[in-house]
Design a protein around this ligand. Structure first.
Ligand SMILES: [Zn+2]
Length: 402
């Protein structure tokens, strides 16, 4: 007795899965049946529902005699859930009539046609990124146009994606206390969330750490064994999105309600700051802040002042991030030009030197803080001259005085 068989194949569409195979014998095969076991739930499919004890279903189609192709089409997407299925097929043949009473034990033969294990799907994170940034790191701040994070899921195998995609939900949680909870994404494999938490005032020290979120997708589906109660399948994959250092700094301008929220491009770091090179006003001198990034747009202005002044000038305070500026009381004014990178404090050693440096700076178009507010140094900045303010009298038409 020779026979061959193939293990069953699970194929078809997600809506209409088809289990199929072939069986071969020297005598006609009359019947093929299967056990379909959901290993995750330890239940057997009986053609209508899932059972705790072993159940079988007959093949819905058999074609052929000694070689048959068979199919089972009694499953549907609605009754299948995430999990691992073990499918085993059996066949039985029938001998010709010999005149003898058929002995039940001999006229039927059962072949085990083999089994296959099918893992339903894998859910991964495909992408978590700032929706509006086409380049640079996946970072963000709470500012219109920079506060939307898009998320997308990857479902393997891809043929299941159209079915499972709409069932994807997202869990987004802050990784630290200062990140809060963002507006959650809508359902679906491609969605987005909004980072629009309340601002955190600078006192005592701002957020202190970058805002950061962990993103985990999951699929919620009705449990066919429990009155369609929702079961949640969490992905084993997750992704973080975290503010980079520039955005952590820029977040301070939002949190502290500054009049201007600088763009990323205006920031320079130790490596990219060119200013005047490192001869005068090097990066470590002009950056008074707490980050390795700074805004400093006035190196050439300072050089012009220094050329007129005639003495070496050293910046004692240049750029300050807002939280740092807030710690400098009472001189660190809420919208000090130091946080916008066009101010510098230059230490002097006498009132005569103060007057000389003040006049040199005014000549180069700077606003100068009055001597009464800054007796040991000269604060100069290059805001719009018209906005120097009445309490800052030293303008081109008002000579410097003590
Ligand atoms: Zn100053």
């Amino acid at each position: 007795m020779a026979w061959t068989n193939k293990i069953p194949v699970l194929a078809g569409t997600p809506d209409e899965p088809v289990i199929s195979g072939t069986a071969k014998d020297l005598s006609p095969i009359t019947k093929v049946w299967l056990t379909i076991k959901d290993e995750t739930a330890n239940r057997y499919w009986n053609g209508a529902e899932w059972h705790a004890t072993t159940a079988t279903v007959n093949a819905t189609e058999i074609a052929g005699s000694t070689t048959v192709a068979w199919r089972y089409t009694g499953l549907s997407r609605e009754v299948m859930r995430s999990g691992i299925f073990t499918i085993t097929a059996y066949a039985q043949d029938k001998f010709g009539h010999t005149g003898h009473a058929m002995v039940p034990g001999r006229n039927k033969k059962k072949y085990d046609l083999g089994s296959i294990t099918v893992t339903n799907y894998t859910l991964n994170v495909k992408e978590v990124k700032n929706k509006y940034r086409t380049e640079g790191p996946d970072s963000f701040i709470m500012k219109a146009g920079e506060d939307v994070v898009s998320v997308s899921a990857e479902i393997i195998p891809a043929r299941l994606a159209p079915t499972l995609d709409p069932m994807v939900n997202w869990q987004v949680s802050g990784v630290n206390a200062v990140s809060g909870t963002p507006t959650p994404p809508q359902k679906g494999g491609h969605s987005e969330f909004y980072v629009r938490n309340p601002v955190i005032p600078a006192i005592p020290a701002g957020r202190g750490v970058p805002m950061s979120y962990t993103v985990i997708p999951r699929i919620d589906y009705p449990d066919v064994y429990a009155d369609d109660m929702l079961i949640t399948y969490y992905s084993q994959d997750q992704r973080n999105i975290t503010q980079d250092e520039i955005d952590q700094c820029r977040q301070e301008y939002v949190d502290m309600n500054k009049t201007t929220r600088p763009d990323r491009t205006i920031f320079v770091d130790f490596n990219t700051y060119t200013g005047l090179g490192t001869i005068n006003f090097p990066f470590l001198e002009i950056n008074d802040g707490q980050y390795s990034w700074a805004i400093f747009t006035i190196a050439h202005k300072l050089q012009d002042v220094m050329n007129d002044f005639g003495l070496k000038m050293t910046v004692s305070s240049g750029y300050r991030n807002p939280v740092d500026n807030d710690t400098i009381k009472p001189t660190g004014k809420p919208n000090s030009r130091h946080i916008y990178g066009d101010a510098a404090d230059i230490d002097i050693s006498s009132d005569a030197e103060w007057l000389k440096l003040c006049n040199s700076a005014v000549k180069e178009g700077a606003c100068i803080e009055p001597h009464s507010m800054a007796p040991g140094w000269v604060h100069m900045d290059w805001r719009d001259l018209a906005n120097c303010g009445d309490v800052w009298p030293h303008k081109p038409d008002v000579p410097c005085g003590l």
